[in-house]
Design a protein around this ligand. Structure first.
Ligand code: LMR
Length: 341
């Protein structure tokens, strides 16, 4: 069962603990006189999700392969940093690894990442892999150097669905609805195209905003929906599968360049394996969340028909032209080419 995140309390406790240990002053590759090299990995979701479990797998692999010489410390549930401050924390060396959703890179200066937010772009995860594992994905990660960041890889959460205080199957169902969105212009434009009012909020504030009626609905893959307890405050879930949600694992050049070559190789190999593991459990995590939701029985689950999905897709099609310029038309052309490759 879900453990409700308590980001503010946890963060205060952790930070006071860190300060007491003098962690803040240890610099980007923290290492005590005799202790292991500490690698702090902060993320915003629960541990029992593809990202949470992949982070723990990385932790185990690094501990085992370095013989305890390196230690990945995982801070889930926005305990340390959330959507609003995690990039800054990485730049300043307060954390060393992040895996933000791809939708969160646009706001910090990488609008090309918002290509993944285009609605109904991917039919399945094989298509996503062709994009992320090939030259297109490499170019996106390389571009992170513009801000002193190093892109280490991509991995999936999966396809997003919509929840609300009503079923969302037809375009008319969205009219006037306040929907929590991530800080992506492409996602916001989609919701506007459907007649809804997008409200960008940090992930850690979403459940509370739903509970208080500040927003009436949201979108997310099922593992996030279930582990955040959104089902407790959302009576309807519509399996719209209208978009993809994935992550990029990133670090800072400052951290990376101070790691000895052998440690870079160890971390990279362990990360590749952890990502692979994360990608392999995505479907089971999704199925598990759906089974738990069905067993819970108090959120009504709707399956839009093919015709309903097609009419939703038609309604959001203008987003491609509207946001094409800000993403970059060449990126959109290239992602389509990579999907077909
Ligand atoms: C969200 O903010 O909705 C999610 O992308 C959070 C996450 O990292 O999966």
């Amino acid at each position: 069962m879900r453990q409700p995140p308590r980001p503010e309390l946890s963060r205060r406790l952790l930070l006071s603990g860190c300060a007491a240990a003098g962690v803040a002053g240890l610099g980007p590759v923290a290492r005590g006189a005799s202790g292991p090299r500490r690698i702090r990995f902060s993320h915003v979701v629960s541990e029992d999700t593809p990202k949470g479990l992949a982070a723990l797998r990385l932790q185990a692999l690094v501990a085992q392969r370095s013989g305890g010489r390196m230690a990945v410390e995982v801070y889930p549930d926005a305990q340390l940093y959330g959507d609003d401050d995690e990039f800054e924390a990485l730049r300043t060396g307060a954390v060393d690894l992040l895996a933000p959703s791809l939708s969160k890179f646009g706001r910090v200066g990488f609008p090309e990442f918002e290509v993944f937010d285009l609605p109904f772009l991917f039919d399945n995860l094989d298509e996503v892999r062709r994009v992320t594992q090939g030259g297109f994905g490499r170019r996106l990660l390389d571009g992170l150097h513009r801000q002193g960041l190093v892109g280490l890889g991509f991995f999936d959460n999966g396809f997003k669905h919509m929840s609300a205080d009503r079923p969302l199957r037809e375009v008319s169902d969205f009219r006037g609805l306040r929907l929590r969105v991530q800080s992506s212009r492409v996602i916001a434009a989609q919701m506007r195209a459907l007649g809804a009012r997008p409200v960008p909020l940090p992930f850690s504030a979403t459940r509370e905003a739903l509970a208080q009626g500040i927003v009436q609905g949201t979108e997310n893959p099922l593992s996030n929906f279930w582990t955040q307890g959104m089902h407790e405050v959302q009576p309807h879930l519509s399996l719209t599968r209208h978009g993809y949600l994935g992550y990029a694992v990133i670090t800072s050049e400052r951290f990376w360049s101070r790691l000895p070559g052998a440690d870079q190789r160890l971390l990279r190999t362990a990360l590749d394996e952890a990502i692979d593991f994360g990608n392999r459990i995505t479907q089971t995590q999704h199925d598990k969340a759906l089974a738990s939701l069905r067993a819970w029985g108090r959120t009504t689950i709707h399956e839009p028909t093919m015709a309903q999905r097609a009419s939703l897709a038609r309604a959001v099609e203008p987003v491609y032209a509207e946001l094409g310029r800000s993403i970059g038309p060449a990126w959109i052309q290239d992602v389509r080419r990579a999907i077909r490759a």
